[in-house]
Design a protein around this ligand. Sequence first.
Ligand code: MG
Ligand code: ZN
Length: 379
Amino acid sequence: MYKSLAIGSIIFFNALGFSPKSDIAINEEKPMVDSLKTKQYQNPRPKNVILMIGDGMGITQISAGLYMNGNKLNLEKFPVIGLHKTYSGNSLVTDSAAGATAFSCGVKTYNGAIGVDADTFAVQSVLEEADKNGYATGIVSTSTIVHATPASFIAHQKHREMYEAIAADFVKTDIDFFVGGGKKYFDRRNTDERNIYQELEELGYYVSDYFKEDLAACQIPKNKNFAYFTADDDPLPRASGRRYLRLASKMAISYLRNQPEQGFFLVIEGAQIDWGGHSNNSDYIVSEMIDFDKTIGEVLKFAVRDRETLVVVTADHETGGYSILDGSTVGNLKTAFTTDYHTADLIPVFAFGPGARMFSGIYENTAIHDKLRRALGFL
Ligand code: MG
Ligand code: ZN
C-alpha cells in the first residue's frame, strides 16, 4: 500500500557547516582477511557457528551506520558477501516471524508464524538440532526473548503474539545461555498459573535479572545453564542507555566455548534497528546499527583468534523503505522513508571463517538454514 513520503531530519552538521565535497573521505583500511585462499576458507566445517541478525537492517541502514560512524564499520572486514530473498510464504513483504523461521527452520511460512510451517506444524529449528547433536546453544537479543526473531529458534507457536506460550517453550529445549527482555512473560503470567522463571531454576538454570543484579557482575556457577532478563518487557533503545548487546554477546561466547560440548551455536540479534525503521527515526536506526556493528567487532575478534568459528551476519528484511538523499561520508545525512513497515528488498549476508564461502551468491532466505546445517555437519 502507498504511504506518503516523509523526509527525515538532517541528523548532523559538522562544525564547518554543510560542505559535502570537502567531507568525502575514503576509508582505505584493508579487509581483515583479503584472501579466500587461506586455510580457514578451505575447511568447510567450523567448530562453532554464530548467526547475527540485525532486524530490519537493509543496505541503507548499513550505509547510514557507516557514514555516521566515520565511514567505517566492522562489516567491511567480511571477505564473503551474498544476498538473500526475503519474501515469506504468504507475502512478498515478510515479517520478522516468517523471516526468522526461514533461517531457523528452513521453511517459507506465513507472516506471524513462530517455528511452524504454512500448515502450522512445528518444524525442528537449527538450534534444537544443534542441541540434540551435542552443541552448546545460546541466544542474545535486544528485544524480549519471546519476540519473533529469538522465539523462532526455540518455540513453535501459531502466532508471534502468543508470548506466554512462547516463554513456556523455553523449558522444552536445553538451551544453555540466553539473555533478553520479557521477564513478565515468565514470572507473571495471565494465561496460566505457571512460573517459568522458577521452572528454569528447577531445571538447573542460574536465572537472574536486571532487578537482582547487574549482568556484568553475574558469576555463573559451573554446570549451570544461564538465563538473564534485561527488562520486564522490551529493553530500552541504545540511545536511552541500554548497553548490554556487546557485553552479553561476549559473555555468551566465553560461556559457550567453555562448555563440554563439541562446539556451540549462538544467535545474536540487534532487534531495534527495525524499531527505528518503524518509527521513521534515523537517529534511532543509526545508534542501533552502530551498537550492532560494535558487537560484530567483538564477535570477529573472537573468531579471528579462534580460527574455528563461522560468523554469519544478515537481516530478516529491511524496514522503513529508508533512503539517503544527501549528506557526506562524515555523517550529515538527509534521509527519507517510504513506509513505516517492512520492504521486500534483497538483504545482504556477510560471512567470515570456515564455511564462509557457502554464503556468496544470491539465494532464498531458507538457504541460510541449509548452509548453517551444512556448516554444523547435519547435511
Ligand atoms: Mg526481531
Ligand atoms: Zn519490524
